[in-house]
Design a protein around this ligand. Structure first.
Ligand code: ZN
Length: 150
């Protein structure tokens, strides 16, 4: 059920981007990288817009969430996150599996996580993350995992 909804969301967003002239199947690497920069900035901006709908500032007296506007901004942010996933060639099933893995990892961290011992001392990336070939005794350049997005 949830996977079906995610499939639908990805399909609708892909169609919308195609209508806007962003064809992920034929996009050059130069255009893809430019698209990623714009979508990343838009995602960050939507997150900031969402926080403006809350009383998050510790120095302000009002502690509130303007819930309808806040939820609307989160949906906007979600659209840009999906655009980034589409630009990265990700599929709904991959997102679902990746989420499950990250969720499991987070639960494992509840048992004791120091934020240091599971990361490379040189590049600071987590040994368990996809595309990281570093070991506790050896850093491996990220270039080993470089791929062109199909
Ligand atoms: Zn490393």
């Amino acid at each position: 059920m949830a996977k079906d909804k995610l499939n639908e969301i990805f399909q609708l967003q892909r169609e919308l981007q195609l209508a806007l002239g962003h064809d992920f199947d034929r996009m050059s690497m130069k255009r893809r990288l430019q698209y990623i920069v714009y979508m990343s900035y838009a995602l960050e901006d939507e997150i900031h817009e969402s926080t403006r709908e809350t009383g998050w500032k510790p120095w302000a007296k009002s502690k509130h969430i303007n819930i309808d506007a806040y939820q609307s901004e989160l949906i906007d942010a979600f659209l840009f996150l999906i655009n980034l996933m589409l630009a990265a060639g990700m599929k709904p099933l991959q997102v679902w599996r990746g989420y499950l893995k990250a969720n499991h990892k987070s639960h494992e961290r509840l048992k004791g996580y120091d934020g240091v011992s599971t990361k490379c001392k040189t590049c600071k990336r987590d040994f368990g993350d996809a595309g990281v070939y570093c070991t506790p005794s050896r850093h491996v350049s990220y270039r080993k995992g470089l791929q062109r997005v199909a």
